[in-house]
Design a protein around this ligand. Structure first.
Ligand SMILES: *Cc1c(COP(=O)(O)O)cnc(C)c1O
Length: 462
């Protein structure tokens, strides 16, 4: 399996180098040169396997010679050992034909742990083999940062810098990033929003001299290995509801389009997914783009589902690449228009391609709160605000086909929003009970590329 850039002008790489690179050197995102199909028999044979064995079978064709079967299976085992639920990604029925896929049983209580815990293992194994040192830089709207810090804290030959928007993450999210005391992890509070942080990270990658000097590596969902790890739970959930013999649909609370793109990959590999429903909060650029064909950023509005407060949805580029017949130059043109400030228009053909796989909806802040309250009254289930966005949108699409909504975070990460909706504060799990007593360590920095780079150079190589 080889990996190519969505902008068509970067070197073709194997899996391990793709993972180590993060962003392609032409500014594009790496995608596999094809999606390896699983036969109906192969999909059916996943039923009854452990999550880890399913993961090994599903990801194996993407890994090539980068890791042996045994080594890869061992890394998967270590990645998910700290999850608190034996099923890793359990499915829970919410209503008739509507299910929740609980993705918050990892160490930092959001779905980001599925990919990040595995990437931590893969990087550690890769660095042990190659030697050298890497600097991981990532932007977060709240959950990626803590998941990355948790996955890489104390790992030899890795420094981790996480940029988050100052004042725009929940207190639990912030403390998860600022309280680990390992000297190789660094939280940076940036004056700006998530898109500011993400743009700074992309600019650091595109500064090739800086990139090479510090050994930059990226673990945002621009990193293919993250998307790949997330493909697994689309299979595990669908199979447990009867796939491949019975199709299912998924609703995915969406910000940077990484999670739902993993669903698209599962579908491209042959998993019978009828619909992939994009659910957005009032930062609804993806819903607007799919409805009108115009991808027009209009500024991030803070919401009670902050991990989805995004207007420049990086992984959408991967879908656009396929929608344009894998024409890297066409994608590069659209991305140049976006960077130029305006946004872009999706051609009719590309729009039809996207609408064949995706539908979309949005939830307002009031609808999100009302959904948390109503689901609690009806079922006793406490949803995090992101999951509530998904459930609200999914309810408009429930049909004879089972609908699976991804429960992307634990409600305890967003106690203020949950308390406002149901009048009670969800408690933190035992391993995080002292989070509010631990000392914080954070550097506050302006939205200035030079200042952030200088900080990283000075604080790195801990
Ligand atoms: C990251 C995140 C999302 C959005 O996922 P994307 O892959 O960026 O679309 C949704 N909910 C929660 C809780 C998250 O942490």
């Amino acid at each position: 399996m080889q990996y190519i850039s969505t902008r068509g002008a970067a070197p073709v790489l194997e899996f391990e180098a793709t993972m180590r690179a993060g962003l392609a050197r032409d500014g594009g995102l790496y995608v596999p040169d094809h999606f390896p199909p699983l036969t109906q028999v192969e999909i059916a044979s996943l039923a009854g396997l452990s999550y880890e064995d399913q993961a090994a079978a599903i990801m194996r064709p993407f890994i090539g010679d980068s890791f042996t079967d045994d080594a890869f299976r061992a890394l998967i085992g270590r990645a998910y050992a700290a999850f608190s639920h034996p099923a890793r990604a359990p499915l829970k029925q919410l209503a008739a034909n509507h299910f929740l896929l609980e993705l918050f049983h990892g160490p930092t209580l959001a779905f980001k742990d599925f990919a990040m815990q595995l990437i931590g293992q893969l990087f550690e194994a890769s660095l042990a083999r190659s030697g050298g040192r890497v600097t991981i830089v990532g932007a977060t709207s709240g959950d990626t940062g803590s998941a990355a810090i948790e996955a890489f804290r104390g790992v030899a030959n890795v420094d981790v810098f996480i940029l988050y928007p100052h004042g725009r993450v929940s207190e639990v999210q912030r403390r998860q990033m600022t309280t680990p005391d390992d000297s190789n992890v660094h939280a940076l509070a940036i004056d700006g929003d998530f898109d500011t942080c993400q743009a700074l990270v992309k600019d650091m990658f595109n500064d090739l001299a800086f990139r090479d000097a510090v050994g930059l590596a990226g673990v945002n969902s621009i990193n293919w290995a993250r998307v790949l790890a997330q493909v697994v739970y689309f299979f595990s959930a669908a199979v447990s509801l009867g796939a491949p013999h019975r199709p299912v649909s998924f609703t995915v609370p969406t910000g940077n389009f990484g999670d739902i793109f993993a669903g698209y990959v599962a579908r491209a590999m042959g998993l019978p997914i009828e619909r992939l429903v994009i659910a957005t909060n009032h930062n609804d650029i993806l819903h607007r783009a799919l409805s009108s064909g115009a991808y027009l950023p209009d500024g991030v509005k803070p919401s009670i589902s902050p991990s989805m407060d995004i207007q420049v949805s990086s992984n959408f580029e991967r879908a656009l690449f396929d929608a344009h017949g894998r024409d890297g130059r066409a994608v590069a043109q659209l991305m140049a228009e976006l960077k130029g400030g305006g946004g872009f228009h999706i051609s009719q053909g590309a729009l039809e391609f996207l609408r064949e796989a995706f539908v979309s909806g949005r939830a307002s802040e009031d609808e999100t709160r009302a959904t948390i309250a109503r689901i609690f009254q009806e079922t006793g289930e406490v949803l995090c605000p992101h999951t509530a966005v998904g459930v609200h949108v999914a309810e408009g699409f429930v049909s004879a086909t089972p609908m699976i909504t991804l429960a992307t975070a634990h409600p305890a990460k967003f106690p203020d929003a949950v308390e406002a909706a149901i009048g009670a504060r969800p408690g933190l799990p035992a391993h995080m009970a002292d989070l509010f007593e631990r000392p914080e360590r954070v550097a506050r920095l302006p939205n200035d590329l030079g200042a952030v780079q200088a900080h990283i150079r000075a604080a790195g190589a801990a």
